[in-house]
Write a protein that binds this ligand. Structure first.
Ligand SMILES: [Zn+2]
Length: 282
């Protein structure tokens, strides 16, 4: 079985060429030299137990580490109590399915501030995640909840907010989305110095919890003054610059999982892997 203590690469979602055929998905990943897959449950976890078990079996057989991206419409601090409860249930369901699918990380966007102050939104989200973990953490077979840095400035998910959640809720690790960080910083976080500053902030405040569970999202992206606009392929005119991040990983010896969320995520993951392999040749 694949271990998480190495640099891993993979796409977000099934490669398009697999046309939804799950055997073909893993065949394509292996042929491309991929080692990771983030299962996209972004419109809800629509699989059943039998299908989930098959995915887990194929992942293990093909040495692919699995994460899962939970629904986009999760909004834990929503004004609407029904949406808050549905969000809880979605994460509980993801934890229940995680062991079947071999999923070790459940990525999600905490959502809006629900009209609350940052402090009150934090408390609401923290308490909800604590109750989710208490109820279902033990069902996940070691899977962790991985709240993600938000691309839109108005959404809950700044570096400070994500770090604090991970400090205060058992079972939480951060997902650093470098494209989102670039967008929400208006293009500022885009070089070695600024990347290192962010990584050391996580490292200083979360220690081994961060170092042992580095989960990165990568893509090129466009942004407005509100933050993220749209994900773009690498190699064009769009930032952020991936190369300095790969230099850091190479030089320090970090072991992140890179999940690519560009419009062609398999191609983007291959590009990222290529950059690191070139650095390792020197
Ligand atoms: Zn992301």
């Amino acid at each position: 079985m694949i271990e998480l203590n190495q640099v891993l690469f993979g796409p977000a979602g099934y490669p398009a060429d697999a046309r939804g055929n799950v055997e073909r998905v893993f065949q394509i990943l292996v042929e491309a030299g991929m080692t990771s897959l983030e299962y996209a449950a972004v419109h809800g976890l629509r699989t059943n137990e039998e299908k989930a078990t098959l995915i887990g079996h194929l992942a293990q057989k093909n040495n692919i580490s699995m994460s899962l991206h939970a629904a986009y419409y999760i909004s834990i601090a929503s004004k609407n109590p029904q949406i808050r409860e549905n969000s809880r249930q979605r994460l509980i369901k993801a934890l229940r399915f995680a062991p079947l699918m071999g999923v070790k990380r459940i990525v999600f966007h905490p959502g809006t501030h629900g009209g609350l102050s940052s402090e009150d939104a934090h408390i609401t989200i923290r308490d909800s995640l604590r109750s989710i973990w208490e109820e279902a953490g033990h069902l996940g077979g070691g899977a962790l909840l991985a709240p993600e840095i938000a691309g839109k400035i108005s959404m809950f998910g700044s570096v400070e907010q994500i770090i604090r959640l991970c400090q205060e809720v058992e079972g939480c690790i951060p997902t650093i989305d470098w494209a989102h960080l670039y967008a929400r910083s208006q293009g500022e976080i885009n070089d070695k110095e600024s990347y290192l500053k962010i990584i050391s902030q996580f490292e200083k405040q979360l220690g081994d919890l961060f170092l042992d569970n580095m989960h990165f999202h990568i893509s090129a992206i466009t942004f407005t003054e509100k933050g993220e606009a749209s994900h773009k392929p690498f190699g064009g005119e769009w930032g952020p610059d991936l190369y300095p991040l790969m230099e850091i990983v190479h030089e320090v010896g970090y072991k992140p999982t890179f999940i690519c969320e560009s419009p062609n995520p398999l191609q983007g993951a291959l590009y990222a892997k290529y950059l690191l392999e070139e650095l390792e040749k020197v």
